[in-house]
Design a protein around this ligand. Structure first.
Ligand code: SF4
Ligand code: MG
Length: 336
């Protein structure tokens, strides 16, 4: 399958004013040398605890921010170089659905009007065609047509998220980014929306990127997963591999904290995660997971592990992960 988005050592740092002393600035390294490809038809998950850099990464992918170094390629073009018409096209191609179903809808705008907005921005002028397109999308996401003229007042969180999904879909994008889109919904609603996403994926030939901390949702909905910690990708693997044979101690710890009904899933013995991640202002040398890692060895404090191939498609950044033997290996992917 074709690569639709490609991150090439993308990093993002912010300068923040020091709180104490006589001024000066600190550098927050929110995203560090992230490299992976997203292919057409993927449901790609970016997971990690809060503060791991996944929201920053989302802003980079949407080109709401430009990376401080590295590149993000869409269909082979560096998105930082897009301007004017090509930037508008990119925005139409890649849409996002945010987390908050309540704050994200203007309360005094009728649902139909809201959905017309992106079409008008993108140059649609013929009223009948605009209306037809909006009604079609409403039908596809399961919104009753009466809502066209109504305000979003009193709608459930699930209905509101459907409106957000419709608003993202109305321009027929190729890529949808879901930032914690389901986390405000109860489980029954989540399942309904996941079914809807599956159906829409086929109809629109969509690629999804789910930004999430909910591993159960990721297990159910995603084929590929990137696990982030302190701005770095620690593990990158297909769903089955990640959930049944994780390579990184951090992934193992996350999985051990995940409630599950699946007996086959990886069951670590002692991999409980203790303590907090270090501050992104002060990332330790060597492996940044070292302060919480139950398996840390001497060299972890000196050498930063790079993402190493475990099997064809699966990578982990840990000194304990061994690449496949020379005969079957295809080499590692450096991240320093
Ligand atoms: Fe733990 Fe060392 Fe692996 Fe880092 S490199 S995850 S500290 S064993
Ligand atoms: Mg966040």
């Amino acid at each position: 399958r074709e690569v639709v988005l490609s991150l090439r050592d993308a990093s993002q740092s912010y300068k923040v004013r020091k709180k104490t002393g006589f001024g000066g600035v600190n550098l927050v390294r929110a995203v560090r040398n992230v490299a992976f490809d997203i292919r057409r038809g993927d449901s790609f998950a970016i997971v990690g605890e809060s503060g791991c850099g996944k929201s920053t990464l989302m802003r980079l992918l949407c080109r709401l921010e430009l990376p401080s170094s590295g590149q993000i390629l869409c269909a082979g073009r560096d998105i930082a170089t897009l301007k004017g018409r090509s930037l508008l096209e990119f925005r139409g191609k890649l849409q996002m659905v945010l987390q908050d179903p309540f704050g994200s809808l203007p309360p005094r705008t009728a649902v139909g009007k809201m959905l017309e907005g992106p079409l008008r921005t993108h140059g649609w002028r013929v009223e009948a065609r605009i209306r037809e397109r909006v009604l079609k999308v409403m039908g596809e996401v399961g919104l009753p047509t009466e809502l066209y003229e109504q305000l979003p007042l009193g709608l459930s969180a699930g209905q509101r998220q459907r409106i957000n999904v419709a608003r993202a879909l109305v321009l027929e994008p190729e890529i949808l980014i879901m930032d914690e889109t389901l986390s405000a919904l109860d489980q029954a609603e989540q399942f309904k929306l996941l079914d809807l996403f599956e159906k829409l994926q086929k109809e629109y030939d969509l690629t999804y990127i789910f930004i999430s901390h909910d591993l159960a949702m990721v297990r159910k909905a995603c084929n590929r997963v990137a696990v982030m910690y302190l701005g770095e990708v620690f593990e990158l693997a297909d769903n089955e591999r990640l959930f049944f044979d994780p390579g990184h101690p951090y992934t193992k710890a996350l999985l051990s904290a995940m409630p599950t009904l699946e007996p086959r899933r990886y069951r670590p013995e002692e991999c409980l995660l203790e303590g907090e991640p270090p501050s992104p202002l002060d990332i330790p040398a060597g492996c940044s997971f070292r302060s919480r890692c139950p398996q840390a060895v001497d060299k972890c404090s000196r050498l930063q592990p790079s993402l190493t191939v475990r099997e064809r498609q699966d990578f982990a950044a840990c000194h304990l992960v061994l690449p496949p033997t020379a005969s079957g290996g295809i080499g590692g992917v450096g991240t320093t």
